[in-house]
Ligand binder design. Structure first.
Ligand code: AMP
Length: 193
């Protein structure tokens, strides 16, 4: 299974992705987390990403796509994975499709977690990550609306887009996602690898 968790910053993608990964026994890949680790380790890759992450801007597509392809080529990810925070632009979504196709697989479902904007800002301010200052939060929300939301249309056209109401506690939202994946039989899709 390859599941994409979609939604604005602060809707709970990371938490839900981890719960799904634990439930289905596949890895969780968060590009944001990969960047934060690389920045902390001061790797060459981190040095390339830092400028963007600190400002709430998107890291260039070719950098993101290269790192994701590296992950998806490694054994644990061949069983499937839960993608969190990727793809975030149309070129990233197209690159992902092309890459998975070369491996003989495809995105099974895109789950859009929907949360009201004032609740999103409240949650992000509570979280307190280094890129969670109010100015950077606003920038990230704007980037989401302008560059990431169009990706929804791309998946809607493929018939893969599903939406979930994320205005509830963690367990309830998790349950909603599991029900949804069950209803479209994605929860038992065997890996094609
Ligand atoms: P996140 O943890 O998903 O909120 O991501 C934190 C930051 O990492 C974002 O504000 C971007 O600067 C960067 N980032 C994460 N994923 C991507 C992506 N798919 N494309 C471009 N930049 C990304």
């Amino acid at each position: 299974m390859v599941i994409v968790l979609f939604g604005a910053p602060g809707v709970g993608k990371g938490t839900q992705a981890q719960l799904l990964a634990d439930r289905y026994g596949v890895p969780h890949l968060s590009t944001g987390e990969a960047f934060r680790r690389a920045i902390q380790e001061n790797s060459e890759f981190g040095a390339r990403a830092r400028h963007y992450v600190e400002r709430g801007l998107l890291v260039p597509d070719e950098v993101v796509t290269a790192i994701v392809e590296q992950f998806l080529s490694s054994p644990p990810y061949l069983q499937g994975c839960i993608l969190d925070g990727f793809p975030r632009t149309l070129p990233q979504a197209q690159a992902l499709d092309a890459f998975l196709q070369r491996q003989g697989r495809a995105v099974d479902a895109v789950v859009n977690i929907m949360v009201a904007e004032d609740e999103i800002i409240r949650r992000l301010l509570l979280r307190g990550r280094p890129d969670d200052s109010e100015a950077v939060i606003r920038q990230r929300l704007q980037v989401y609306a302008e560059q990431t939301q169009p990706v929804l249309d791309y998946y809607a056209q493929q018939g893969k887009l599903r939406s979930v109401d994320g205005n509830a506690d963690i367990e309830t939202v998790h349950h909603r996602i599991v029900q949804l994946l069950r209803s479209i039989s994605v929860d038992n899709v065997p890996s094609s690898q």
